[in-house]
Design a protein around this ligand. Structure first.
Ligand code: LMR
Length: 330
C-alpha cells in the first residue's frame, strides 16, 4: 500500500515537472507607439518568427501604445524584470547612462539611410550595443524608423519660423540644444502625452517621422507639417540581461535568428510606412504638407551647424568624428 502511494506521488511530481518544462517562456515586449508603425510591425514580425522558430516554447506578448509602460518607465521595468524586451528610441537611452546614443539625434548627421546603416550595421553600432551590457541590458539590434519632420500650427519653411514656439522633444540634451539653436523653447514630454499637449496648446509643435505623427492623429491638432528630414529617429531593441543569459542556449540562438530577420524586415518597411503615412497626412486635408527645397534645407543646416560642436563633450568628440569618418569613407 505504502509502495503504491509512493508510486502515485512520484507520478504526480513527474507530471508536474514535465508540465513545468512545457510552460512557454514569456517575453513581454512593451513599446510606446501604435501597432501600425515600423516599430509596431517589426515587433509583431519578431513575435511570429520567435514563436515559430521555438515551436511555441517561447511566447511573445506585445504591449503597444504605452499600454503597459511609458517612455522612462519602460526602461525601469526592463531593468527590474517587469518586462523582458523593449525598443526605445535612441534619444531615450540617457537614463541608462548611455548618452552616446544621442549621437543619432545630431541634426543632419546622416545624409541618408545608407550612411546611417554604415553605422548601425557596422563596428561602431556593434560597439555601442556591446557597451550596454555594462548597464545590465543586452542590445540586440537597431531598428529603423526614419527621418523627422517638424510640425506646428503655422507654416515652417525657414529656421526662424520656429522661434518662440514651445516644441515637444524627447528626453535628449541634443534635441534640447537643437530646438534652442532655432530659438524655440524645448519641452520634454512622453510620447503618449504629445497629442493631448498639442490639442491643449501646452506645446505648439513637435518633430517625428510621418508614421508616428499620423498614427497618433496629430494631423487633427497641427495645421502644418514640413518635410525637413533634419534628424533621424530609430531604435535599439534591448532585453534584460539576466533573463537573456538565463535562456537555454538553443532558445537564445533561435531568438537571435528571429531578431535578425525582424530587423531586416524593419528596415525593408520603414520607408514605405513613412511614405504612406505622409500621403495619409496630405489626404486628411487637415494638415498642409510642405517639403523643404534643397536651398531651404541648407539654411536649416547652417542654423543647426553649431549643435554638434556644443554637444561634443556630452556625446564624445571621438564618437562623432569616428561616425563622420565612417560615413565619408569610400
Ligand atoms: C517619440 O517619443 O517621439 C518617439 O521616439 C516614439 C517612438 O518610440 O517612436
Amino acid at each position: 500500500m505504502k509502495l503504491l502511494a509512493l508510486l502515485f506521488s512520484c507520478a504526480l511530481v513527474c507530471s508536474q515537472v514535465a508540465y513545468a518544462r512545457q510552460e512557454p517562456i514569456l517575453i513581454r515586449f512593451s513599446h510606446v507607439v501604435a501597432a501600425d508603425t515600423p516599430k509596431g510591425k517589426a515587433a509583431e514580425r519578431f513575435r511570429q518568427l520567435a514563436e515559430q522558430a521555438t515551436e511555441g516554447r517561447v511566447r511573445v506578448r506585445i504591449y503597444p501604445n504605452s499600454e503597459l509602460y511609458r517612455d522612462r518607465e519602460e526602461l525601469e521595468a526592463l531593468q527590474l524584470g517587469a518586462v523582458e524586451m523593449i525598443a526605445p528610441s535612441l534619444s531615450k537611452f540617457g537614463p541608462l547612462g548611455a548618452r552616446e546614443f544621442q549621437v543619432f539625434d545630431l541634426p543632419f548627421m546622416f545624409p541618408d539611410k545608407a550612411a546611417l546603416h554604415r553605422i548601425t550595421d557596422g563596428p561602431i553600432g556593434e560597439g555601442m550595443l556591446q557597451r550596454l551590457r555594462l548597464k545590465g541590458v543586452i542590445g540586440l539590434a537597431f531598428w529603423d524608423n526614419g527621418f523627422k519632420s517638424f510640425s506646428a500650427n503655422r507654416p515652417v519653411r525657414v529656421p526662424s519660423d520656429l522661434a518662440g514656439l514651445r516644441m515637444r522633444i524627447q528626453p535628449s540634451r541634443v534635441l534640447d540644444a537643437q530646438m534652442r539653436a532655432l530659438g524655440a523653447q524645448p519641452m520634454t514630454l512622453r510620447f503618449g502625452e504629445v497629442y493631448d499637449a498639442l490639442a491643449a496648446g501646452v506645446v505648439d509643435g513637435t518633430e517625428n517621422p510621418p508614421s508616428n505623427f499620423y498614427t497618433q492623429g496629430m494631423q487633427d491638432v497641427q495645421s502644418h507639417f514640413t518635410v525637413s528630414n533634419h534628424g533621424y529617429l530609430g531604435y535599439a531593441v534591448i532585453v534584460n540581461r539576466k533573463f537573456w543569459e538565463g535562456l537555454p542556449p538553443d532558445i537564445r540562438r533561435e531568438l537571435e535568428g528571429a531578431m535578425r530577420e525582424a530587423t531586416r524586415y524593419a528596415s525593408s518597411i520603414a520607408q514605405e510606412e513613412n511614405d504612406r503615412a505622409l500621403e495619409a497626412i496630405r489626404e486628411s486635408g487637415r494638415t498642409q504638407v510642405d517639403v523643404l527645397t534643397e536651398p531651404e534645407r541648407e539654411a536649416w543646416k547652417k542654423a543647426l551647424a553649431g549643435v554638434s560642436v556644443d554637444m561634443e563633450a556630452h556625446i564624445g568628440a571621438q564618437l562623432i568624428s569616428d561616425i563622420r569618418r565612417a560615413i565619408a569613407a569610400p
